[in-house]
Design a protein around this ligand. Sequence first.
Ligand code: ATP
Ligand code: MG
Length: 552
Amino acid sequence: MDNHSSNFIRDIIIKDLESGKHKEVVTRFPPEPNGYLHIGHAKSIFLNFGLGDEFNGRTNLRFDDTNPLKEDVEYVNSIKEDVKWLGYEWDGLFFASDYFEEMYNRAVLLIKKGLAYVDDLSADEIRALRGTLTEPGQESPYRNRSAEENLDLFVRMRNGEFGNGEKVLRAKIDMKSPNINLRDPVIYRISHTTHHNTGDKWCIYPMYAFAHPIEDAIEGVTHSICTVEFEDQRPLYNWVVEQCEMESTPQQIEFGRLNITNTVMSKRKLKQLVDEGYVDGWDDPRMPTISGMRRKGFTPESIRNFVGETGVSKGSGAVDEQMLEHFVREDLKLKAPRTMGILKPLKVVITNYPEGQVEWLDAEINPEVPEMGMREIPFSREIYIEQDDFMENPPSKYFRLFPGNEVRLKHAYFIKCEEAIKDAEGNVIELRCTYDPETKSGTGFTGRKVKGTIHWVEASQAVPAEFRLYEPLIMDASLEESTDEEKTFLDHVNPKSLEVLNGFVEPNMKEVQPQDKFQFFRHGYFNADPKHTSKDKIVFNRIVSLKSSFKV
Ligand code: ATP
Ligand code: MG
């Protein structure tokens, strides 16, 4: 569905098809259901589904659910919804937990071949003997148990005879390998935890590094695309596929993660923001989650176009958040109706406009798309304008309202500020203006020019609306790299990431439905919030303001 731009993964696939190594391309998107999907996952989805689609292959959605402590059906359901919403259809829907029996059998095979052993060392002891990048590891005293003994112990592990952490199964590879991942990695652990899918059937669970290659091989995945932090695990991945005697040989290919400035992007950190109440759930519009972005008002097209444009490489620098905003503006420009809304209202009385009269003015719904037609907006003696569009003592180059100055009301007339009414504290609470009937918009008036055009909403029919304006939730671009991450990233939560304003919109907005999107004149693109918009109340989330300096 999207542009198939060239990249090194695509080149590998083309080569594999040409050489006859594979007849069909099979990819998969393998999320762990331990959180909601974020924009980084969208990149992986885009790549896997995009490549499957381009080469008429298959793409599976596979839940990598091997760690029951952190996983939940809530996450499974949200992930399915988000993948569909992004516009993708999976061929197979699988769970790693469907393969637990098969994985167990493959582990037994390794034991029988003398390639796996049960270790009684604790996690700390195993770590202490693992060595470092410069020092080789040391062998566990349990490393040379016989296959019979290992088999017996592994069966008893499965049967629940041991407590959590009492024993593990390790692959027997090479404690001196320069690649630490090959120093007898743990491949099974004991965890007496109920699993969202298999319940209490299992109390031993396979480790990711063992499970993932088997999952890929079972499904006949040809190209197993993952992020670069798994590069050092590739030799282990290949070892598992080979030694477990899998019939199919998937190839792991790594690419650089997507990071975005002023954003944290790991489910663990996002979960922390949710659990500690920094945000209103995983779908808070400030979150970089797919559900948060949907609620804020991003479209699937804008997200796909954005991740497509970020390119595929081994590096992983942070992409400017403005690039993301650029793509949603581009997508909504021709789709969103234009309208006027007042975020911080100031009442204006047009003293020479006949009392009790209401006239209806014609305005284009979207001047760039004439087919969208026209809307009618009422005009009368009382309107609201933005507080910011009036200044009593303006600096030079201020072309909006100030005493004695004339401006154009968008779609209506020129008005001139005659007087500012103040309350006891001296705050301006109302303006008295006059209008010039000759200057009606669309009549071709050329008598004189004004420099400012401001927006407005007729007061008697105005519909109240709440506006939510957002700033980045995290204010520091370099956090994703930070070592003292937990502390650092929570220390940088922006206390001003949400501003709530109460204003007015045009009367034709009464029927607004959740997720309807508009371009508000001068304010940007807004989405009707699906959680808070009801018959009685409209809440608009600002998706993005109108202008950006970003150029693609
Ligand atoms: P997180 O660190 O956010 O928890 P993860 O990598 O643990 O992410 P998984 O559920 O394992 O999350 O991810 C599913 C797939 O999405 C994996 O193939 C993973 O490599 C990919 N992925 C995750 N984050 C990104 C990202 N920022 N950019 C590109 N791909 C990503
Ligand atoms: Mg993970």
